[in-house]
Design a protein around this ligand. Structure first.
Ligand SMILES: Nc1ncnc2c1ncn2[C@@H]1O[C@H](COP(=O)(O)OP(=O)(O)OP(=O)(O)O)[C@@H](O)[C@H]1O
Ligand SMILES: [Mg+2]
Length: 426
């Protein structure tokens, strides 16, 4: 039961609550759209996460307790109870799929109804076994042989087509996550891929326009998103994060995990420096039989570097094989707690040969200073995404029933809602 379980819950539709369910912490924000514009955070709380690894529930009860604690803190601060939340998805099963569909039409002027029909065709044709759709985004329209059309309405032709971008995740993982949230007496109002949310949280207008790659470096998972022409073009995830760096340090320097975590934050760097030579790092003993010992700083740096470099190389390879590299922009923005590691931005510059910055949440009123670091980018982005204009044609929680797309509850599958989407997005 939530902190406010004995009292009536907020029924105000302008108040939205979100959860960032992470491997190291759970964040809950409760926010409201202000009449004069902007989103105000009314309550914010976070709690160390247990029972979750790389976005996957591995211990239902422990995960439930962690979520409850974070929610209670936010509810207490906001002075109200919540009943529904928007939740991030950061599993290694996150996938991008692009499909192109064409429909014939009567050589007349393209109207809203034609666009809606093409989108409905794309939604019904798309199928990814054991995966549920999180996002469905029209990228480009085609009329006959003309490609890259932003708005085909008013044009004449025989064939109308659309390039659709679908972001999906494994149904099993999503079901467990939804079940865990529901055990906290909260309804899941919607789900968003973590790297998409992080992008919405920290990117600036020029980056969205010109193309940018966002890499969210968490504790258990590193997720990526490519934005182009203000649209989400690609997502991917590698189930490696800051916790792996810490484990490597613990193993490489023969010290307990907790000590390795401190060593990482104090002495850790992803890049060598000429000053490192001869410097030693104090490493607490593994147990009563052991003694405090010292290891060269150069060893620590090489342990940290090799894990992060490997993660970046995996992502780079994925971007290349997806063919996204050529239009993913000249800039990379890093978020997540592990982006705070010294030297990580420079290492990303070397690996990807792009300009790199560390992103911080912006555009939220009343965000506490303690929650304005890169590790709160996902939480900030989820709440912004809920309130902001979207490019998506489906809304609400993903359909986890495993049925074919045709029967799903799509905003795009419903004609009147499709028209609303067109009005809002063009
Ligand atoms: N100053 C720092 N230097 C190096 N690493 C740091 C620093 N601060 C936090 N981290 C690392 O960041 C990670 C936590 O990041 P974050 O809070 O973004 O993860 P999460 O969202 O809980 O997990 P995930 O997204 O992987 O499920 C931890 O591995 C932690 O060691
Ligand atoms: Mg995270």
């Amino acid at each position: 039961m939530s902190f406010f379980s004995g009292r009536s819950r907020s029924a105000n539709p302008d108040i939205v609550a979100i959860l960032d369910v992470g491997s190291s912490k759970i964040v809950c924000f409760i926010g409201r759209q202000e009449v004069e514009g902007g989103i105000r955070i009314l309550g914010a709380g976070f709690h160390a996460s247990e029972g979750l690894r790389a976005g996957v529930v591995v211990d239902m009860e422990a995960a439930e307790n962690s979520i409850r604690h974070a929610v209670e803190k936010a509810e207490r601060e906001a002075g109200l109870a919540i009943s529904a939340v928007y939740v991030n998805v950061s599993t290694r099963s996150l996938r991008s799929r692009h499909i192109h569909v064409n429909t014939e039409f009567s050589n007349a002027e393209v109207a809203d109804r034609d666009l809606s029909r093409v989108i409905d065709t794309a939604l019904s044709e798309f199928s990814e076994p054991d995966h549920a759709i999180l996002h469905a985004i029209p990228m480009n329209w085609t009329v006959d042989d003309e490609r890259g059309i932003r708005d085909p309405r008013g044009m004449f032709g025989k064939q109308l087509g659309v390039d659709m971008h679908f972001v999906t995740a494994g149904v099993g993982v999503l079901r467990n996550l939804v079940h865990c949230v529901e055990r906290c007496h909260l309804r899941v109002a919607g789900m968003i891929a973590s790297s998409y949310a992080a992008g919405v949280g920290v990117l600036v207008e020029d980056e969205f326009d010109l193309g940018v790659t966002l890499i969210d470096m968490g504790a258990g998972i590193t997720t990526a998103a490519v934005f182009r022409d203000r649209t989400l073009a690609f997502v991917d995830a590698v189930a490696v994060g800051g916790r792996n760096v810490t484990s490597d340090i613990a193993r490489g320097l023969t010290t307990p995990f907790e000590a390795a975590e401190r060593i990482k934050a104090i002495y850790g760097s992803a890049l060598e420096s000429p000053d490192d030579d001869g410097q030693m790092v104090p490493c607490p003993p593994m147990g009563a039989q052991d003694e405090l010992h010292h290891e060269p700083l150069t060893l620590l740096t090489s342990v940290v570097r090799s894990r992060i470099e490997e993660t970046f190389e995996i992502l780079k390879g994925r971007f290349e094989s997806a063919g996204i590299e050529s239009f993913s922009g000249r800039r990379i923005v890093l978020t997540g707690g592990a982006a705070q590691l010294s030297g990580v931005a420079q290492l990303a510059e070397y690996t990807f040969k792009k300009r790199v910055r560390v992103g911080l949440p912006h555009g939220l009123l009343g965000l506490p200073d303690t929650m304005s670091g890169p590790d709160f980018s996902v939480a900030s982005g989820i709440i912004k995404h809920v309130f902001e204009k979207k490019h998506e044609v489906i809304s609400g929680p993903p359909d986890l029933s495993g049925k074919r797309a045709r029967t799903r509850r799509y905003a795009g599958g419903n004609f009147s809602k499709s028209l609303k989407w067109f009005r809002e997005n063009f």
